[in-house]
Ligand binder design. Sequence first.
Ligand SMILES: Cc1cc2nc3c(=O)[nH]c(=O)nc-3n(C[C@H](O)[C@H](O)[C@H](O)COP(=O)(O)OP(=O)(O)OC[C@H]3O[C@@H](n4cnc5c(N)ncnc54)[C@H](O)[C@@H]3O)c2cc1C
Length: 383
Amino acid sequence: MTETYDDIRAAVRGLCATFPPAYWRDLDAARAYPEAFVKALTEAGFLAALIPERWGGSGLGIAAAAAILEEIQKSGANGAACHAQMYIMGTLLRHGSEAQKDQYLPAIARGDVRLQAFGVTEPTSGTDTSRIRTTAVRDGGGYRISGQKVWTSRAQHSDLMLLLARTTPREQVAKPHEGLSTFLIDLRTAKPPALVIRPIRTMMNHATTEVWFEDLHVPADARIGEEGRGFRYILDGMNAERILIAAECVGDARWFIAKATAYARERVVFGRPIGQNQGIQFPIARAFAATEAAALMVAKAAQRFDRGEPCGAEANMAKLLAADASWQAADMCVQTHGGFGFAEEYDVERKFRETRLYQVAPISTNLILTYLAEHVLGLPRSY
Ligand SMILES: Cc1cc2nc3c(=O)[nH]c(=O)nc-3n(C[C@H](O)[C@H](O)[C@H](O)COP(=O)(O)OP(=O)(O)OC[C@H]3O[C@@H](n4cnc5c(N)ncnc54)[C@H](O)[C@@H]3O)c2cc1C
């Protein structure tokens, strides 16, 4: 059995309770960033959960971080505004030099510096990361970066960005994913036209952006790890990201189930609560069962991760099952509420829009299925 982190969960619940639904509703309408919420989470130390104590963090494992994010979502809040601050630093922690870690990790842990922007996806390459076109070309003591990223979330609310760029042309490397490198870009000093960030308005409030680089000069020590091994470093962080997003989906699902259950008890139609009808009960019960099953897989993946055991299959299954459970619960919750499921003041439609993302990002459902088919079941590679 895994630890349940009841104290941490209670503390997160307490903090989230000070940000009532109207706070999220107003931000959603204005497509504004939850600055006060993120500040409160940072000051309480929750976003530094995974930073080792040596650099000022809590030194907790992924299971504890998952509990934090699950509670945030379960409360009705949206942790997507800052969840990446927890895990992007993992690339720095695992592959950065001691000097880089000493420079950045304590400042991130204190909340003085935000590292929560992650520039991988590009408009033309899609999921095929080996075809990214952003380049980092050696120039004197550093590099010049040119190219375009898309869906770089929170870039306008981050001091640093972890960027993946090609340092050796695809044609000159033995395998397509070689020749990519990771850089830590200081967004505070980079200015237009070398760096231009433009927000993308999306169906939910997500602070996501497009980013253009035009001959942006960065020093050599902006590179993390060895040149050419960046894709490997990004892959190393993906299990953590999948487990944490899966935990958020479990939290969302639990919010939808609680909301639907409460409404089904109180809404009276034809002289009785709608929850007395099995046509209303069964979808709620199904969503509940799917959520509990997904939560078990999240716990298993987290446990393996924290023990240092291989967990690619479990992390992917956790993300798949949890994203499906949250989407199933979201659909059920709208249906249970009838017309009120569409009214902003019930918050159901907002959470419905927010949780839909996890069928697509950070990895789409199809790509998880292809991973399981190929790497776990040994089926031929389909792409
Ligand atoms: C709101 C939002 C925030 C995001 N934040 C970030 C971020 O911070 N940083 C970042 O780098 N990226 C971010 N992303 C990008 C996200 O990771 C990608 O959207 C996602 O990986 C899918 O890539 P794509 O959009 O290019 O889809 P495409 O690769 O164009 O795929 C389109 C569809 O085709 C399917 N498909 C593609 N190839 C195959 C195949 N071989 N077999 C079966 N199906 C296939 C996909 O599953 C998908 O459903 C974000 C996206 C969104 C929408």
